[in-house]
Design a protein. Structure first.
Length: 732
């Protein structure tokens, strides 16, 4: 809520002149934008705010406050009468016993992108009418006189303590809150879908987070704007104005993005929900396949499965009461149309649906073959379809008329507005819907991770000789895939850590440079900076010299004018070349002076560092720097070794995956022992898993070979020579 609360006279601008400003009188008439004025003044002011505040300028004591001002933004959605209703209610609550004048301004703000900036200025005297004033008004001079508590009639009206006492800040906050409530009450009265919040952006943001309204929190997570006065706002080249305009453009884009996200959520919510449910169903299937009869299932796994199932059921329940975009549109139509028109639309839809069902049934009978009985049914269906079409034709004229009304531009706007209102009212459920989708996805992922951990752990136990059980070949590939992912992730982290650590390594040369800089108290750094700037200046001078040479060449080709010809252009070109020459010479001289000064400074610094005491001090400092950096050197060595080990492990696993894949493609004739569970399905036992595992080793020529371990009872006689070689060894 934009507001400027309780501004007071600046001690320079007369109160009467500020009265002219808000009422757009005298020299301020040309500014325009004042659409309504009102006041409550004593009789001696003759209904003239300027006269009242001129008396304040004249009779109020020198260091007294001549007037105070309250400025509030007003809702653009309301007309002037409704806006006046807000102001009058506010004055009744807070300025009832004060003399005041107010003016409503409505102009398109300089920085508002075409939006109206409707606001009110309320000027008032902080002197509060007492019983004496209410019975018989004081004169202008006496009204602004110091109050007399013993004899009130001999002094002026007392100043209200709420504008100056220690509780002033609290009262101003209460006044701001009350103005927001008044606005919201009037907005609701006139059915305007808008709300005003008097709290700071930070307070609103924190409240939105507590309520779990992340969309609102996103929009509220921004900085408040700096208020710029009219004069400053008119200067489009001012840095503050440029920054504020860029910030407003950013806020608008973010608001548009938030609105777009809301629309996408409504339009594609069902698709996202279906994906979440599909993932959950896949996780349930995996669980049933691997763990329903497993003795090694953990309690954590069971808990996660129950949690995913709970999320799934909650999402299904909420979907039954959710309002989609199409449903909101239908509800908006029902809100606008009379019952008779709605009955026609529903009847037409019902007839269309019935026809579609009959046509589908007839088509299926025609495709299934013909018989005497089916021919009779098809004939009945055809007659029924024609009957439904006749009923539709009877309604078509009225139905088309209703549709024509609904497609009118004004009605479309109303429908869109009502639909948005319905969806906005349903937003808490929409937020809960998205929360459930996210929760289902997260819990499903946790369940999948826990199942992966169980499978990988069980395989690990088997490989170490401490476990037994049955796994599919897919389990083994899954195990290797997971190992590869983990290794790659760890490798990326280690490499990133190593890169960052290398940046902190200090070579002996750099240590000496740092030590020298410390000895010189940073003078060498400034020298290097000045030298870099001097080099840039040298480049610029070279460019300027080229420009001068080009201009000089162009001037040399210019013919000298005859005595009867105008020489203005020639003289101007000559003057320009001469000016370029003078400027270039001056820059070259300045450059030479700077260069000589910096070279002298460099020589002085080198001389300072060349003394025995300086060399000893620099060497000692450099040694301490290198000593402190030894920890980083050790960490780099340790990380490098760790990365090499990880790379070897990753290479081995990659080769194992390739070997297993190649082995599966060759369809090796391994005799697989199966355990029957009463059905046709069987699972590979752990001994078969062991035979599918591979052991990488380095061949004699330095290449990496991968051996496939097989059972002793392989049937080599059923293979040709190529297959026997492939079974024995696969070189990757």
């Amino acid at each position: 809520m934009a507001a400027r609360i309780l501004a007071q006279a600046d001690g320079i601008t007369p109160a009467s002149r500020h009265s002219d400003y808000i009422n757009r009188r005298e020299s301020f008439t040309a500014k325009g934008g004042c659409i309504y004025t009102a006041h409550h003044l004593p009789k001696w002011a003759n209904n003239n705010p300027k006269a009242f505040f001129a008396a304040a300028d004249k009779y109020e004591r020198a260091n007294g406050t001549r007037y105070r001002e309250i400025e509030f933004a007003l809702p653009n959605e309301l007309n002037t009468a409704a806006q006046k209703e807000i102001i009058d209610t506010f004055i009744e609550h807070h300025l009832k016993d004060h003399y005041y004048a107010y003016a409503i301004h409505d102009k398109i703000g300089i920085m508002s992108n075409g939006e109206h900036n409707t606001h009110v200025h309320i000027m008032f005297s902080e002197r509060e009418m007492d019983d004496v004033e209410k019975k018989a008004e004081r004169s202008a001079e006496l009204f602004f006189h110091r109050a007399n508590s013993k004899h009130p009639e001999r002094g002026g009206c007392p100043k209200a303590g709420k504008w100056n006492n220690k509780n002033r800040a609290r009262y101003l906050c209460e006044m701001r809150r009350d103005f927001a409530e008044i606005q919201n009450s009037v907005l609701k009265k006139y059915n305007v879908n808008a709300q005003v919040d008097h709290r700071s952006l930070k307070a609103q943001y924190e409240d939105a987070l507590k309520k779990g309204d992340l969309d609102a929190a996103l929009l509220l997570n921004r900085l408040p704007e700096e208020h710029l006065g009219p004069a400053l706002a008119a200067d489009k080249h001012n840095t503050k104005v440029i920054n504020l305009m860029e910030y407003r453009a950013y806020k608008f884009q973010r608001s548009q993005l938030s609105s777009m996200i809301d629309n996408l959520k409504v339009e594609h919510g069902a698709s996202f929900a279906q994906n979440a449910k599909d993932n959950a169903s896949k996780a349930f299937a995996d669980h049933e396949l691997h763990f329903n009869n497993a003795v090694h299932r953990s309690s954590e796994l069971a808990t996660l499965k129950d949690r995913v199932n709970s999320d799934y059921q909650a999402l299904l329940a909420l979907e039954k009461v959710m309002i989609s975009k199409e449903t909101a549109h239908d509800m908006a139509i029902a809100h606008l149309l009379p019952a008779s028109d709605l009955a026609i639309i529903r009847a037409q839809k019902k007839l269309t649906l019935k026809q579609d069902e009959l046509k589908t049934l007839r088509t299926s009978l025609l495709e299934s073959g013909t018989s005497a009985a089916s021919d009779d049914i098809i004939q009945c269906l055809t007659e029924d379809i024609l009957h439904q079409q006749e009923r539709q034709n009877l309604l078509s004229a009225k139905y088309d008329e209703i549709q024509a009304r609904l497609t009118a531009q004004e009605v479309q706007k109303q429908l869109a507005s009502i639909s948005q209102e319905i969806l906005r009212a349903d937003k808490p459920q929409q937020q809960e819907y998205w929360h459930l989708i996210q929760k289902l996805n997260q819990d499903t992922q946790l369940l999948q991770n826990e199942m992966d951990k169980e499978i990988i752990g069980h395989i690990g136990n088997f490989l170490s000789g401490s476990g037994a059980g049955a796994f599919t070949s897919k389990d083994i590939s899954h195990y290797l895939d997971n190992e590869e992912r983990c290794l790659k992730r760890t490798l990326r982290q280690k490499i990133s850590e190593l890169d960052n650590l290398k940046k902190r390594l200090i070579s002996p040369e750099r240590a000496t440079l740092i030590a020298k800089s410390r000895y010189l108290n940073g003078a060498d750094k400034q020298l290097r900076l000045d030298m870099r700037n001097l080099q840039k200046e040298s480049d610029r001078i070279s460019a300027a010299a080229n420009e001068y040479a080009s201009a000089q060449a162009d001037f040399a080709t210019m013919p000298k004018p005859k005595w009867y010809q105008s020489s203005d252009a020639y003289n101007e070109a000559m003057s320009h070349v001469k000016s370029m020459e003078d400027t270039l010479q001056q820059r070259q001289q300045d450059f030479a002076h700077k260069q000589a000064r910096l070279e002298k400074m460099q020589s002085r610094l080198e001389q300072k560092c060349s003394t025995p005491a300086a060399k000893s001090s620099i060497a000692h400092t450099a040694a301490r720097i290198i000593q402190k950096n030894k920890t980083n050197v050790a960490k780099v060595d340790e990380l490098s070794k760790s990365i090499q080990q990880l790379q070897r492990r990753l290479s081995a696993i990659t080769n194992m995956k390739a070997a297993i894949k190649a082995g599966l493609i060759l369809e090796r004739p391994i005799k697989i022992h199966k355990e029957n569970t009463g059905g046709t399905s069987a699972r590979r036992c752990m001994e078969d898993v062991a035979h599918s595992l591979v052991k990488p080793h380095h061949s004699a020529d330095g290449g990496l070979s991968v051996m496939l371990n097989q059972q002793d009872n392989r049937d080599f006689t059923a293979m040709d020579e190529t297959e026997r070689e492939a079974q024995s060894e696969i070189a990757i």
